[in-house]
Design a protein around this ligand. Structure first.
Ligand code: PMP
Length: 363
């Protein structure tokens, strides 16, 4: 769509054409945005910017559907407490949904995830129970199960529930198909946390855009899928053990220390054509470049996905079109390695600028 402009060139916006009854109705319909400065010539690269969701990440989608599916099935009763283990974005999404719908929320989270995440959940009215980082994702998951069983709370089960991939099939996937209708879409690039995004969008693309190649990524030092080693599961499909190929990695939100059941669908149905590992440092570097060169602020997982999209773009044929998922906002990482090296105090260059005119200098 071309940008509308007034006679003097000012951009014109005309509103959404509707009023919204709830913040929940603003989840989804995120834009696919062209990369103009970082993409190689002759290849069109787009990013699907999930930070346009109301609580800032792709997980708003799943949070909304988990709660509404449980309301529909009767698994969640009015006023019942919701509990979940999450690396952050699901907790923030659930906190937003539970606040809007009036459910108390308890989150279990390893203490290794960024402080912003904890504070945002508490800001949205949730309680956050920290678990030791040494016990990894498996530990925070088991803590949520223990608390749910003891108190009769509703466990959201993002790693196992059908509501996860279903939402991505019906929203994320449909949106992509609609936005690229009549256009090429040669590659779609994503990572995985629960696998909801790749399993749900995978269903939609395989049905409607079978020629689109799906590229999946995981951290180079935690290649759970690349190892080829299967995941043991309990009767409830939850992980029976920590996966041997796991190592702590900097891509928050990606690759827990087990292969989630929701992701298993994408493995079993061969929803990805290629699996490409990414080094965390490259993800951080590309996230910074997206901010500096495109004005697009995304987290480490977005930078990591984009690193792979750039690899694909470099070897793609002329005219190819690539879409890359950006799961969340860069603002969620102020206390993380993503912002290391971003100065708090004035740099030498800034001090020189300050001294270059007589007034208003710092002491
Ligand atoms: N990136 C970030 C920052 C996330 O929080 C998540 C979800 N945990 C993902 C990527 C992966 O999304 P999914 O769970 O749908 O695989």
């Amino acid at each position: 769509m071309t940008v509308q402009r007034a006679a003097n060139g000012t951009r014109i916006k005309s509103g959404q054409g509707r009023l919204y009854d709830s913040v929940l109705d603003t989840v989804g319909n995120t834009p696919c945005i062209r990369i103009n400065n970082l993409a190689p010539d002759g290849v069109r690269v787009y990013v699907k910017a999930e930070f346009f969701n109301p609580a800032g990440s792709v997980k708003d989608r799943l949070a909304l559907n988990i709660i509404e599916a449980a309301e529909r099935s009767g698994a969640l009763k009015p006023g019942q407490t919701v509990i979940e283990s999450t690396s952050g974005n699901t907790g923030i999404g659930l906190a937003m949904v539970c606040a809007a719908k009036g459910y108390p929320l308890v989150i279990t989270m390893a203490d290794s995830f960024s402080i912003e995440r904890r504070k945002l959940m508490r800001f949205l009215g949730a309680q956050v129970v920290l678990t030791p980082r040494a016990e990894k994702g498996f530990g925070m998951y088991n803590k949520a199960v223990e608390l749910a069983e003891k108190n009769g709370w509703f466990l959201a089960r993002q790693f196992e529930t059908e509501a996860n991939a279903d939402m991505h099939e019906q929203t994320t996937g449909r949106e992509i198909i609609a936005d690229f209708e009549g256009d090429r879409l040669d590659y779609w690039v994503t990572g995985y946390g629960t696998g909801g995004t790749v399993s749900g969008v995978g269903r939609a693309l395989r049905e409607k855009r079978p020629d689109t190649k799906i590229i999946l990524s995981e951290p180079a030092n935690a290649q759970l899928l690349g190892s080829g080693e299967a995941q043991g599961r309990g009767d409830d499909h939850g992980p029976a053990h920590s996966h041997p190929a796991f190592e702590p990695h900097p891509v928050q939100g990606w690759t827990p220390d087990f292969i989630p059941y929701v992701l298993q669908e994408a493995i079993d149905k061969q929803f990805y054509d290629e699996l490409i590992p990414v080094v965390g440092a490259d993800g951080i570097a590309w996230s910074k470049k997206l901010a500096e060169k495109e004005g697009i602020m995304t987290g480490i997982s977005g930078g990591s996905t984009f690193a792979i999209a750039m690899q694909i773009a470099a070897k793609a044929e002329k005219g190819a079109v690539i879409l890359c998922m950006l799961p969340d906002t860069g603002e969620r990482y102020l206390s993380s390695p993503l912002f290391e090296g971003i100065a708090e105090e004035m740099t030498d260059e800034e001090i020189a600028l300050s001294k270059s005119t007589p007034g208003y200098q710092m002491g």
